[in-house]
Design a protein around this ligand. Sequence first.
Ligand SMILES: Cc1cc2nc3c(=O)[nH]c(=O)nc-3n(C[C@H](O)[C@H](O)[C@H](O)COP(=O)(O)OP(=O)(O)OC[C@H]3O[C@@H](n4cnc5c(N)ncnc54)[C@H](O)[C@@H]3O)c2cc1C
Length: 495
Amino acid sequence: MNCAGMWARQVGQWAGVSVPLHAAEHFYIVSEPIAGVHAGLPTLRDPGGYTYYREEVGAILAGFFEPVAKPWGMNGIPANFEFTRLPEDWAHLDPVFDVMARRMPVLGTAGIHTFFNGPESFTPDDAYHLGEAPEVKNFYVAAGFNSIGIQSSGGAGKVLAEWIVNGHAPLDLWDVDLRRNQPFQNNARYLQDRTVEGLGLLYDMHWPFKQFKTARNVRRSSLHDRLAAAGACFGSVAGWERPNWYAPAGVEPEYKYSYGRQNWFAYSAAEHRAVRENVGLFDQSSFSKFLMQGRDALAVLNRVCGNQIDVPVGVVVYTQLLNARGGIEADVTVNRLDAERFLILDAAALQNRTGPWLQRQIQTAEFATLTDVTSAYTMLGVMGPQARALLSQVTSADLSNAAFPFATSREIEVGYAMVRATRLTYVGELGWELLAPTEFALGVYEALLEAGRAFDLKLAGFHALNSLRQEKGYRHWGHDIGDEDTPLEAGWALR
Ligand SMILES: Cc1cc2nc3c(=O)[nH]c(=O)nc-3n(C[C@H](O)[C@H](O)[C@H](O)COP(=O)(O)OP(=O)(O)OC[C@H]3O[C@@H](n4cnc5c(N)ncnc54)[C@H](O)[C@@H]3O)c2cc1C
């Protein structure tokens, strides 16, 4: 059990377990006693001023979540640092002090009794780390409490105890599950850069679709620069920069956050319509991709998949990976490449969950291996009623319904490349997902774009992908379904 607070990253490394967190300096002040201040006063939070206030022995304690934090402990946390204080830094807090004095003027004159600066650990997404490590069975983690470790401790302790006893989370805890992190996130520079933003996020406005500003451009598809030049506004998932929507010429590809319709709505709607009525092109390279192979691969998959996987070579099965309780561990497609080789596709965010989970399903006596091949392929989705007509321009393969039925897959030539084409989409339209070995992807993209001119091909982003799949009632793991739901509860029995 690794509950070593800000030392947890180092402790994890001893066991080969990634616990991405970084310390930041965290401040509060306590005023001199103030007449009339008593223990019955409520706690006051001022998110706009990045400050909270509460009574502390007849005085006011004001704590800060300043928007630009100070990472600390870049060279590792000293082993003997427990309960030690860091130096005061008045200049750093100057901007929030000004707001504080306006919000609670008495603090401008009361005098400051204590200036406290202590380190606290922050995680890349400001959610804490709970649960079993994907790397090591029975290695549990509770760390990275992002300055709410005291208030969270009761609940965190309860669910973790049940998690350890039962071997699975007692409720949907995906938001704080250690497995949501990717191995790269343990990179020290990444953590330091992200921590600058992390502390203040707690009090920042939680806009829908809000994107991190720091530590971006970590994972980029081989088409990234082309898509950026085409106006892509990127969002970050599992470190991947993914085009969420495309800004037309003259429009900045930037989010303008709002609780109403945001600035991208009309552009995404046009992408949505293009896919529904004509043809669109998605860069889906971020999807997780796993190769399960070996003479027992079929047996392993048939044990954990809700659907029959023993299908003819070239058939793709949309299915769920089920745990022993019938809960949905993942929502995937399984593509039978040959008798003993299966390509499994899952969402980007689940790479570090589905891969290790599948790996653990291979029993000791079984002859099967699982390889993460996510980085090997760039994935392009050609989707919409005109997908066949467009794709036919760049391949000699017969794409007719008879020759290339729904839910089948095969290698086809596109431009100079050999590409695995799978006739399946997440948008509920005619379409193909094309997996091109990464170094061939630009050529495939160029061929599609050139042929696409005659079809008014539109680049489409993940917001459109999401609205298209929602319109068709396609579930999304983590939003609509999770490991607490069975396929029957998810409504699949009726389909
Ligand atoms: C200024 C400040 C104000 C805060 N205010 C609040 C607040 O108002 N409300 C709130 O909820 N939270 C608050 N917090 C955050 C809260 O204190 C932390 O989130 C919480 O203490 C974290 O608990 P933890 O058990 O994860 O880590 P810790 O409390 O740091 O405990 C980790 C323990 O692991 C031990 N350890 C490390 N390495 C090893 C090893 N190799 N072997 C054995 N033991 C080891 C350490 O000695 C330490 O005792 C505040 C933090 C700060 C700095």
